[in-house]
Design a protein around this ligand. Structure first.
Ligand SMILES: NC(=O)c1ccc[n+]([C@@H]2O[C@H](COP(=O)([O-])OP(=O)(O)OC[C@H]3O[C@@H](n4cnc5c(N)ncnc54)[C@H](OP(=O)(O)O)[C@@H]3O)[C@@H](O)[C@H]2O)c1
Length: 344
């Protein structure tokens, strides 16, 4: 018998296996079950990690030694897996986006409240050291008042799984990819979005149902403005790129994942660079020092143990979904859309 929290992971693809690796470094937890549709394939993966394989979540939910279900399946399945798990009394860590519609997001949030269990959505940028560094500098007033931001996130079309190419399963690039930066921007501006103008298109891949390009203009309640660009339209050999720039009344911060000095702070007085070695939040003794997935899961466990609200709970995640749905609506109407949305 152990007093560790038992974890079950649904989905063993890119994110499921990434989480599986990260969970192994969280001493308070033990991954006990892996769930997927094809039992042979699940066995192949689960054997490597020494966990039990299932192709039926209901069997896992009956287990009293499972406390947390980590949902890493295609977005169209997020609502059903997370709600079933919470109704069985399990805490749920859910990959982003929370869901594809606001109705589903509301049902997920309601299940967590009704069952008095924790819900966290994997808006992992808040746990990337570079993004955390920029947030820290902004909060310390190093750029003055942030007024405008530009973000880019993109690479080749995610061919590793065909479901991304189906708009009904992934929501396309606006909901699947741009949502990362939308969440981050609301965090750093410390403000909700009040108006959205989106250009969302099939730029290169015309034969799929999902859009591969989004350019989204945001106006925040505190009057900050931002331009979010997300792309699956880059050539196959292109590296995955993430960058941003935040301009404030007294300086600017930039980040570029292709640069050896990824974070820069420029003010009227000085230019400072922050390389990975100089970034903070590196626990001295931990063998998995800067992995953002480790950090977000660890945060979730702390919230369960200390009865705290996760930083990216259901309401926070719903907010960024609403902005991305508004971008799609705006693109359809070819005009700005005000929030909150009346439906979605
Ligand atoms: N935080 C991030 O940076 C990040 C990055 C990538 C993706 N994501 C998110 O993570 C989630 C999973 O993405 P992924 O890249 O891991 O996808 P993936 O590699 O395709 O993995 C999906 C997994 O779910 C299983 N699956 C597929 N359909 C299912 C269904 N209907 N019921 C049960 N299992 C099903 C798949 O196995 P079978 O097909 O064999 O059943 C596979 O194991 C998505 O919501 C995505 O948006 C987040």
């Amino acid at each position: 018998m152990t007093d560790k929290l038992g974890v079950a992971i649904v989905g063993y693809g890119f994110m499921g296996t990434t989480h599986l690796s990260a969970w192994r470094y969280i001493n308070e937890c033990e991954v006990k079950a892996l769930i997927g549709r094809n039992i042979e394939k699940v066995r192949e993966v689960s054997k490597k990690f020494g966990v039990e394989a299932y192709n039926n979540i209901d069997e896992v939910l009956k287990r009293k030694d499972i406390d947390i279900v980590d949902v890493c399946t295609p977005t169209s399945t997020h609502a059903s897996y997370s709600i079933t798990s919470m109704n069985a009394g399990k805490h749920v860590f859910l990959e982003k986006p929370i869901a594809l519609t606001l109705k589903e997001a509301d049902a997920i949030i309601e299940a967590s409240i009704k069952n008095n269990v924790k819900l966290m959505v994997g808006h992992v940028l808040r746990f990337f050291p570079e993004y955390m560094k920029a947030k820290e500098l902004i909060d310390r007033g190093m750029v003055g008042e942030p007024v405008i931001a530009r973000t880019f996130r993109g690479g080749p079309i995610p061919e590793w799984s065909p479901w991304f190419l189906d708009k009904n399963q992934s929501g396309g690039v606006a909901i699947d990819l741009a949502i990362h930066d939308v969440d981050y921007l609301m965090w750093i501006f410390n403000s909700k979005v009040k108006r959205v103008y989106g250009v969302v298109r099939k730029l290169v891949h015309k034969d799929i149902t999902a859009e591969d390009f989004a350019l989204i203009n945001l106006r925040f309640e505190n009057n900050g403005i931002a331009l979010v660009e997300a792309s699956w339209a880059l050539p196959k050999m292109h590296p995955f790129m993430m960058n941003f720039e935040v301009d404030g009344t007294n300086g600017m911060i930039s980040f570029d994942n292709q640069s050896p000095v990824p974070v820069k702070l420029i003010t009227s007085e000085s230019i400072s660079g922050f390389s990975p070695e100089s970034l903070p939040w590196r626990p001295a003794v931990h063998p998995f020092p800067v992995d953002p997935f480790y950090r977000e899961l660890k945060h979730f466990v702390e919230c369960i143990k200390e009865d705290k609200t996760p930083m990216t709970d259901g309401e926070v995640a719903r907010r960024s979904l609403e902005v991305c749905i508004a971008a799609l609506k705006s693109a359809e109407l070819n005009m700005p859309v005000n929030l909150p949305l009346k439906e979605g």
